[in-house]
Design a protein around this ligand. Structure first.
Ligand SMILES: NC(=O)c1ccc[n+]([C@@H]2O[C@H](COP(=O)([O-])OP(=O)(O)OC[C@H]3O[C@@H](n4cnc5c(N)ncnc54)[C@H](O)[C@@H]3O)[C@@H](O)[C@H]2O)c1
Length: 425
C-alpha cells in the first residue's frame, strides 16, 4: 500500500521504517529540515535500539523516502498517518496545533478516498473535530481513523512489529478494513486487533498510560512505606509480582519522559473539563512529583545541605536504552541541586552533552568513574546495565564521600552498607 507518515519523531520514524520493511511504500514528512536530511542519509536523530539497522534496510529497499514537504507525502498516501507531537499546554489541555495543521494540509492535498489516520496521542473527540476541520476545506471524499500508538521507547521496533494490540477506531467498516490491511503481516503473526469507534480508541490510549502511571506511583509509595517499617521494598514488589493479577511492579523515583507525564496531565484536564474529575489519577500524578522532591530531601539531609558539595548523577534519560531526557527525574534533581549551590557532574551512556546544555553549570563526564571522582554523593537516577555492573569497591575508591542514592533500587541495602556506603532511597 502507499502510505504517508507526517512527523518524523520516535513514532513517525519507527512506523515509517517498519511499514516499509513489511512491504509498503512510505513517504515520511517533517518540517524539521535538518532531521529529514539526516534521515535520508540513514542517520537516526535520536537513540532507539535497532532503529538504525531497520532504517538502513528500509531505505535500501527503495520503499522509504523522507521529505520536508507535507504536501508531497500527503499526495503519495492512500492512508496518511498523523504522528506529530501533542504537548500539554500550561492549563492542562492538549496542544492540537500540529495535528490541526496536518489535518488542514491533508484536506487540501489528499487523494480521492484517502484515510486520515491519527496516531498521535489526542483527547477524546479529536478525530471528530478534525473531521469538521477537513470537511470545510476538502473538495473530495475522505475518511478518518484513530489508530493510537503504544510503542515504548527502547523497545519501539519490537512493539511495532509484535504489538500487544493494534487499536483501530473508525466509523465506516471500509475505513477499518483499509487500516487493518496496513497491518496484515503483523496481524498474521498473531497481533490482537481491537476495533471501536474513534472516541473509544482515543480514550484507550490515554487511559492505558494513566493506568500504568498510577501503578508506578502506588508501588513507589508502598516502597517508601516498606522502607519506613524496615521491610525490603524490592522484596515486597517481587512478592506482589507473583500474583498474575498484579504483574511486574518495581519501585523507583517515578515516571518521566515525553508520554506518561503529559498524557496523565491531559486526561486529568479532560476529566475536570467534562465534570468527571479523575481523583485517583490526580493523586498518582502528585505522588510522582513528590517522589522526586522526597529523594532530593533525603540526599540533602544525608549531605547536611547540598551547597558546595559535589554530587554525581548516574543516568540522565528517563529510562535505560533511550537518550530521551524529557521530564526525566534526573533533570529535576540536577536543576534543584544546581539551584541550591551544589557542583553537579553527570554521566549517561547515551545522552549527549548537547541534549542537556541548557542546564547551566552541569558538567558531563565521559564515564561513570570519571563522573564520580571526588564526589560527596552519587545518585543513580536511571538503571542502565553499565551502572548495575559497576564494581562498587572501585566506585568507593574514587569517591570522596560515602553517600549512594539509589533512585531505581538497583543495589541491595545490605551489600552497599557492608561496603561502608550510606544507602539513601
Ligand atoms: N515517543 C513515544 O514513546 C510515543 C509512544 C506512543 C505515542 N506517542 C505519541 O505520538 C506522538 C508523536 O510522539 P513522538 O515522541 O514521535 O514526538 P516527537 O516530538 O519525537 O516527534 C514529532 C515530530 O513531528 C514533527 N512535526 C510537528 N509539527 C509538524 C507538522 N505540522 N508537519 C510535519 N511535521 C511536524 C516535529 O518536527 C517532530 O519531528 C505524540 O502525540 C506522542 O504522545 C509517543
Amino acid at each position: 500500500m502507499e502510505l504517508a507518515i507526517i512527523g518524523a519523531g520516535w513514532v513517525g520514524v519507527t512506523t515509517a521504517a517498519a511499514m516499509a520493511d513489511i512491504g509498503h511504500t512510505v513517504v515520511c514528512a517533517d518540517l524539521n529540515a535538518e532531521r529529514i536530511e539526516k534521515l535520508n542519509l540513514g542517520e537516526v536523530p535520536f537513540f532507539e535500539p535497532g532503529l538504525f539497522e531497520l532504517l538502513q534496510k528500509s531505505l535500501a529497499s527503495g520503499r522509504l523516502k523522507f521529505t520536508t514537504s507535507n504536501e508531497e507525502a500527503i499526495k503519495a498516501g492512500e492512508l496518511v498517518f498523523c504522528c506529530v507531537n501533542t504537548p500539554t499546554l500550561p492549563d492542562g489541555s492538549t496542544d492540537l496545533n500540529a495535528v490541526t495543521q496536518v489535518a488542514r494540509a491533508f484536506a487540501q492535498d489528499h487523494r480521492d478516498g484517502a484515510v486520515f489516520v491519527i496516531k498521535s496521542t489526542v483527547p477524546a473527540g479529536t478525530a471528530a473535530a478534525m473531521r469538521r476541520v477537513m470537511t470545510e476545506i476538502s473538495q473530495r471524499p475522505f475518511t478518518i481513523a484513530s489508530n493510537p500508538e503504544f510503542l515504548a521507547e527502547s523497545t519501539a521496533i519490537r512493539d511495532t512489529m509484535i504489538p500487544s494490540r493494534i487499536v483501530i477506531g473508525a466509523d465506516e467498516s471500509d475505513t477499518l478494513e483499509k487500516v487493518k490491511r496496513v497491518y496484515e503481516p503483523i496481524i498474521a503473526n498473531g497481533a490482537r486487533v481491537f476495533i471501536s469507534d474513534c472516541a473509544t480508541a482515543e480514550v484507550v490510549k490515554t487511559a492505558s498510560n494513566s493506568f500504568l502511571a498510577t501503578r508506578i506511583s502506588l508501588i513507589n509509595e508502598i516502597a517508601n512505606y516498606a522502607n519506613q517499617v524496615g521491610a525490603d521494598p524490592v522484596g515486597v514488589a517481587l512478592g506482589m509480582s507473583l500474583d498474575p493479577r498484579i504483574g511486574a511492579v518495581r519501585p523507583g523515583v517515578g515516571y518521566g519522559g515525553g508520554c506518561f507525564p503529559k498524557d496523565v496531565q491531559a486526561l486529568i484536564g479532560e476529566g475536570d473539563r467534562t465534570g468527571t474529575p479523575l481523583t485517583v489519577l490526580k493523586a498518582a500524578h502528585a505522588a510522582n512529583y513528590r517522589q522526586r522532591t522526597r529523594l532530593y530531601d533525603r540526599l540533602s539531609a544525608a549531605l547536611g545541605g547540598v551547597a558546595g558539595k559535589k554530587v554525581t548523577i548516574f543516568g540522565l534519560a528517563f529510562k535505560p536504552k533511550t537518550d530521551d531526557v524529557r521530564d526525566a527525574p534526573a533533570i529535576t534533581l540536577i536543576d534543584q541541586l544546581l539551584k541550591d549551590g551544589a557542583q553537579v557532574v553527570a554521566y549517561d551512556p547515551q545522552v549527549r552533552p548537547t541534549l542537556v546544555n541548557d542546564h547551566h553549570g552541569l558538567v558531563m563526564a565521559s564515564s561513570a568513574l570519571e563522573a564520580a571522582q571526588d564526589a560527596d554523593a552519587v545518585a543513580l537516577m536511571c538503571e542502565w546495565q553499565e551502572f548495575i555492573d559497576l564494581d562498587l569497591k572501585t566506585l568507593q575508591h574514587v569517591m570522596k564521600g560515602r553517600i549512594l542514592v539509589d533512585g531505581r533500587y538497583i543495589w541491595s541495602r545490605k551489600t552497599v552498607e557492608s561496603l561502608g556506603f550510606i544507602y539513601v532511597v
